[in-house]
Design a protein around this ligand. Structure first.
Ligand SMILES: [Zn+2]
Ligand SMILES: [Zn+2]
Length: 598
């Protein structure tokens, strides 16, 4: 069952709104328009009002006055939100269809109305106008593109837009700005904490919550039976909970209630396995697992009971769980309750190929599981992986798969996608700003064109170096395709076959050209120089493995110095998800290769 569909009903019905001049919003730094919003507007609408005024001023030089709908309708108005003039202007949004986040933009000559669902809809409408119709782009939290216009026109518009995904989160450090998320119409709440003025977000509370809810240090000594039976013995280290124990169920229900109370904004409270394996092997747990053909059986049997217990007190909220690693395969008989949210994780997949195109087997198996879950639940969410977590600063040619995979999720009735990347560092992961941008584009609208999203970012962010950055992206992706190389969430390492031969040499050559193209543009230069970090990482890693007698030691010493110069310049703190950069620095500095060049 579809929650909603992105639908553009009728765009560009006319060219200039009949008489033409009426829909000139601003010209030569002047505008006859006034921004009008409801006197009772929520804070996010006020944010959008100010941001619209700000962007229009940047675009045209005209600063539009702002007033509430308590005042009389001005001669020409840009009307935001559910205001008292809608009826008389014949603006009739289909409120039911809009949901929380959909919006309706309609010209009612000579006025323009932007009306949206009660949560973030009206704000998204403002950004839809600025983005889809007037070409504004919010590339990163720091870098925006706001086109300047002598004359800003507006064609006749009558469109209703509803996002196909109700939850859209890019979990990259580069996304940790609530205004950037709002402008790009993302609503995740993990990487940032959106406040009321940002319209809040879709908040998923917790993950791997078994032990936070039932801490072994509190319970194991007296109640080892709460934990996994493994090889005939109750264990807690790297174990899970016994999911057929009634006391465990009661404790978890109480914990979930407490979370719902403690985090009133939580849309989902997670009841999910620890981040390792070892499910309980006791007889009742295994009886369910066998009958269901999956360890998702005992898990769902348990989570369904939690969901039943809290349903009445917390309607419209979900108990979430993971379909992850050993629980990824859907059960054969048990159906999740309708207040259970399933978060299916793609951690085993290859990402240089799309879910439908890889011949290594894992993607096919995942696709099979998604079809299974699709049949069982209307509340399917995805946890997806968009970098190499063992090598944050290494080329990871997955860009061509991002959009087809998001489309694949949407086609399988997925309601929300969480794109995990380099999330826990000071940022600057491989191609991070680009990745974050294109993810935002596709999460809002999976139909958006990949080439368009890629090229607009490259042109606007890298200036004259854009063609060369593009060449590097093509080079790394073609190489993966032509050699049928598979890229997973934590492999290959930089010493892999893929990076051998001419990889380093060719990549450096492309970046030499890229830097030359912007040598007189320091702003672009800074963004281009950091792109070389992953190539240096590969070069250094291979040399460390090979040893001093097999490499040009002075060259490698130079590469190491260049690598850490960039690291220090940008304050990069992690070399991978769990390892401080300084450990890698020590390794490099103490290496025989580095010392040999002394
Ligand atoms: Zn058990
Ligand atoms: Zn593959």
């Amino acid at each position: 069952m579809r929650y909603c569909l992105l639908t553009v009903l009728a765009v560009l019905a006319g060219l200039t709104g009949g008489a033409g001049e009426e829909f000139v919003i601003a010209e030569d730094g002047d505008s006859p328009y006034v921004i009008v919003y409801p006197a009772e507007a929520p804070p996010v609408v006020e944010t959008a009002v100010d941001d619209l005024q700000h962007h229009l001023e940047q675009m045209t030089g005209a600063r539009l006055p702002i007033q509430t709908d308590e005042e009389p309708l001005p001669e020409r108005a840009i009307l935001l939100g559910n205001n008292r003039f809608l009826d008389e202007l014949g603006v009739e949004p289909e409120w039911d269809r809009l949901g929380d986040e959909g919006y309706h933009i309609q010209t009612a000559e000579p006025h323009l109305a932007i009306v949206g669902g009660p949560v973030r809809g009206t704000a998204y409408g403002v950004y839809g106008l600025l983005d889809d119709h007037w070409g504004c782009r919010w590339l990163t939290p720091e870098v925006s593109h706001v086109p300047e216009r002598e004359r800003l026109e507006l064609p006749d518009i009558d469109e209703t837009v509803v996002p196909p995904l109700m939850y859209r989160e890019s979990f990259w450090v580069e996304a940790s700005d609530p205004m950037w998320n709002l402008r790009n119409r993302l609503n995740g709440a993990w990487i940032t904490s959106p406040q009321e003025e940002h319209g809040g977000g879709f908040y998923y509370d917790g993950v791997h919550t078994f032990y936070p809810y039932v801490p072994p240090e509190e319970y194991f000594d007296e109640h080892p039976e709460y934990y996994s039976l493994i090889d005939g013995e109750r264990q807690w280290e790297h174990a899970q909970l016994c999911l057929t124990n009634d006391d465990v169920l009661e404790i978890v229900i109480e914990q979930v209630r407490q979370r719902f109370e403690a985090v009133p904004d939580a849309d989902v409270v997670s009841v999910s396995q620890n981040d390792w394996r070892n499910p309980c092997q006791c007889e009742p747990c295994q009886a369910i697992a066998e009958e269901e053909g999956s360890e998702a059986g005992p898990l769902l049997h348990f989570v369904n009971q939690v969901a039943d217990a809290v349903r009445d007190d917390y309607p419209d909220r979900y108990v979430g769980t993971l379909a992850y690693q050993y629980t990824r395969t859907p059960p054969e008989n048990i159906v999740p309750r309708d207040n259970v949210a399933i978060r299916l994780c793609s951690i085993e997949c290859c990402f240089s190929h799309t879910l439908e195109e890889c011949d290594a087997g894992q993607n096919e198996a995942f696709a099979e599981d998604i079809r299974g879950w699709q049949e069982l639940t209307d509340n399917l969410f995805i946890w997806d992986y968009t970098t190499n977590f063992a090598h944050y600063h290494q080329p990871h040619p997955n860009l061509r798969s991002l959009r087809p995979n998001i489309q694949f999720f949407e086609e399988h009735d997925v309601r929300g996608v969480f794109e995990q990347g380099n999330y826990n560092s000071t940022g600057h992961g491989e191609m991070a700003p680009l990745r974050n941008y294109v993810l935002a584009r596709f999460l809002w609208d999976p139909e958006r064109d990949y080439e368009t999203a890629l090229n607009e970012f490259l042109d606007l962010y890298y200036g004259d170096a854009a063609p060369h950055v593009r060449e590097y992206i093509e080079f790394t992706h073609d190489r993966a395709e032509e050699g049928n190389h598979h890229f997973y969430f934590n492999r290959p390492p930089p010493t892999d076959e893929y990076f051998r031969g001419n990889f380093v040499e060719q990549a450096h050559a492309v970046f030499d050209e890229a830097e030359a193209a912007v040598e007189d543009a320091p702003e672009y230069m800074e963004r281009v120089r950091i792109l070389r970090l992953p190539v240096l990482y590969v070069e250094i890693s291979q040399a460390l493995e090979a040893g001093p007698e097999h490499v040009d030691a002075p060259r490698i010493r130079e590469a190491i110095d260049a690598f850490f110069a960039l690291v220090d310049e940008h304050g990069i703190d992690l070399i991978n998800e769990h390892t401080p950069m300084n450990e890698f620095r020590e390794r490099c500095m103490q290496s025989a290769v580095y010392q040999a060049a002394n």
